[in-house]
Design a protein. Structure first.
Length: 584
């Protein structure tokens, strides 16, 4: 087998990390995977946090809470394992990791003067391929080309002096378990299980640990994740394409003999690598599963504990489980509500919903006013182009309810899975429930109206901004706007730009309306249209909030020495400012 990619070899006590996760005005959580059991200590200025590792499937993890930090004061931190310096490594030339707590509640601005009060970099959809030719070329130039990595470009610029984001919001497909595996990982899987299915895909928890390690161990990405607070939510490729699209999809995939190990591994790995760090310290302290994993995993192996949880989580469809992946972060006077649009769906033919009733209630509890800005993040955009929204409604009514007759039903299901017709338009009752709730917030009926209500999403491999317009009688005062940024790094499928440009045209919108009427659907009652976009290429968006003001800046990652340059070092990558949009 080929040598491991640079940066993924284990050197010293840490296998992966540190990742800086939840950060507020006085505390931070730091996640690590270690090479052995032991006590992990994080020292940040005069504040110290410590915890023992837990073992799951032979791997060792810790999530350390550091309390007693000073608001709005950046300090370096170090990580130790059993008293041994684990990070930063002495041979690392990069700046050491830092933590910068948010301002104290009630403070309006950063202490550095005129800087924006809050910067949130957001994006989704990042495959892991080597940052060298031919993978840094486009798919038109090479079948495995995915362009340059926007996270590598952001890391390089921040190391060179660019202001760090206050939060990196990763909106799905942090890893690709079903396609796009690196040559090294494909070879490693073949060495483990030969030609056994699923070929070219992740098969179990152990292989997921390899995938996360490869995705996050690139030296530039590792530095960025160690220094920038992160919030994450999964999407389908973290598990498999079209995950939970429909009941038919579930029935098909559950017949595959290898699926049980795949879904168990996916949930367990996601809970360990992504979900735990999303939670604020008070939620961590109350989390019964975390307590159980710590109880068992400190001296034994908690793999069976997580396996039982993963099996139950997969049964949550149609309200049959108890796991909840949506969560809330208060960022000073801004509230971020992250909504799971994959795992908790209700897929019964009688009632399709993006969330089950319990999770809806928990999410709606936090969709209120009395904040400067309300941010609603979900992997799937709430507002697609209106023509596509109508097509998805038509398809859902035809595939699930047989609106075009039973004979057409299987064809509609095949179309749904082939072209991913499974966004909010395919769950229109959920669309109305969310949009109505946000309208009430923006009208000041659920507390003081925020300066803006912003929906943040990824998934669709292009970027755009789409303001939502309500009828005058709703009394909406605050702008309600969809912001989409995707991908961080992925190939642009052939024909995608032309398709999305067509969806912006009057003929496409007319076609959508005709399909909508053909299934007897009522008018939506709200309108929207993209005012910026579609924008294509690897990149991310930065949301800048300054008191009542809000704007978003889109940037693209590209080779630094001209088109067609072979990228061989991080400094060969640069960010190009693409668009800037005033939101509020």
């Amino acid at each position: 087998m080929d040598a491991a990619p640079p940066g993924t070899q284990v050197k010293g006590p840490l296998v992966l990390g540190p990742l800086l996760r939840h950060v507020d005005s006085t505390s931070a959580t730091v996640w690590v995977e270690t090479a052995r059991r032991g006590e992990v200590v994080v020292r940040a200025g005069g504040a110290v946090g410590r915890d023992r590792t837990v073992t799951v499937g032979g791997h060792h993890y810790a999530l350390v809470v550091v309390e007693g930090l000073e608001p709005d004061r950046q300090v370096p931190y170090v990580v130790e394992l059993d008293g041994e310096r684990a990070w930063p490594r002495p041979d690392d030339h990069r700046p050491g990791p830092v933590v910068r707590p948010l301002p104290a509640p009630g403070d309006a601005t950063r202490s550095s003067g005129g800087d924006p009060r809050l910067r949130i970099a957001l994006g989704s959809c990042r495959v892991d391929r080597p940052m060298e030719p031919p993978y840094t070329r486009t798919v038109r130039e090479h079948p495995e080309g995915v362009g340059v990595d926007a996270l590598v470009a952001l890391s390089a610029e921040c190391q060179a002096g660019r202001e760090l984001p206050d939060l990196l919001l990763l909106l799905g497909d942090q890893v690709y378990a079903d396609e796009g595996l690196s040559p090294y990982l494909r070879e490693r899987i073949r060495d483990k299980r030969g030609d056994a299915d699923p070929q070219g895909e992740i098969g179990d928890f152990e292989e997921y640990t390899w995938l996360y390690r490869e995705s996050w161990a690139d030296p530039e990405v590792r530095w960025l994740l160690a220094t920038t607070p992160t919030a994450m939510i999964f999407d389908d490729h973290d598990v498999r394409d079209d995950w939970n699209t429909s009941r038919t999809w579930r029935e098909q995939v559950q017949r595959l003999p290898w699926w049980r190990e795949r879904i168990v591994g996916a949930y367990a790995a996601y809970w360990l690598h992504q979900h735990l760090g999303n939670l604020m310290p008070s939620r961590l302290a109350e989390d019964e599963l975390w307590a159980r994993v710590r109880e068992v995993g400190r001296d034994g192996d908690a793999a069976e504990v997580l396996r039982e949880f993963a099996v139950a989580a997969d049964e949550q469809i149609d309200g049959g489980g108890t796991s909840e992946w949506s969560y809330v972060r208060d960022l000073g006077r801004t509230r971020l509500v992250v909504v799971d649009t994959r795992s908790g769906r209700v897929l019964s033919e009688e009632h399709r919903s993006m969330l089950d009733e319990q999770e809806w209630a928990d999410v709606e509890e936090h969709l209120t006013g009395d904040v400067d800005h309300l941010l609603v993040a979900a992997s799937l955009p709430v507002l697609l182009e209106p023509a596509l929204h109508d097509v998805e409604l038509w398809n859902a009514e035809t595939a699930s309810a047989g609106a075009w007759g039973e004979r057409f039903r299987p064809h509609a299901e095949a179309l749904r899975q082939a072209v991913d017709l499974e966004h909010w338009g395919a769950f229109e009752s959920s669309f109305h429930r969310l949009v109505d709730r946000l309208g009430d917030v923006a009208a000041g009926r659920l507390g003081r109206a925020p300066s803006s209500v912003l929906m943040l999403s990824g998934d669709v491999h292009h970027g755009y901004v789409a303001p939502l317009r309500y009828p005058v009688e709703r009394g909406v005062r605050s702008p309600v706007v969809q912001v989409v940024s995707s991908p961080l790094r992925n190939a642009l499928p052939k024909g995608l730009p032309a398709m999305f440009r067509f969806l912006h045209t009057p003929p496409a919108r007319l076609l959508g309306r005709l399909l909508r009427r053909s299934v007897g659907a009522a008018p939506l009652g709200v309108t929207w249209r993209s005012t910026t976009g579609p924008m294509f290429g690897n990149g991310f968006a930065t949301l800048e909030l300054t008191g009542p003001g809000a704007r978003v800046v889109f940037e693209k990652a590209e080779p630094g020495r001209g088109p067609g340059t072979d990228v061989r070092r991080p400094d060969d990558v640069r960010l190009r400012r693409d668009r800037e949009v005033l939101l509020a």
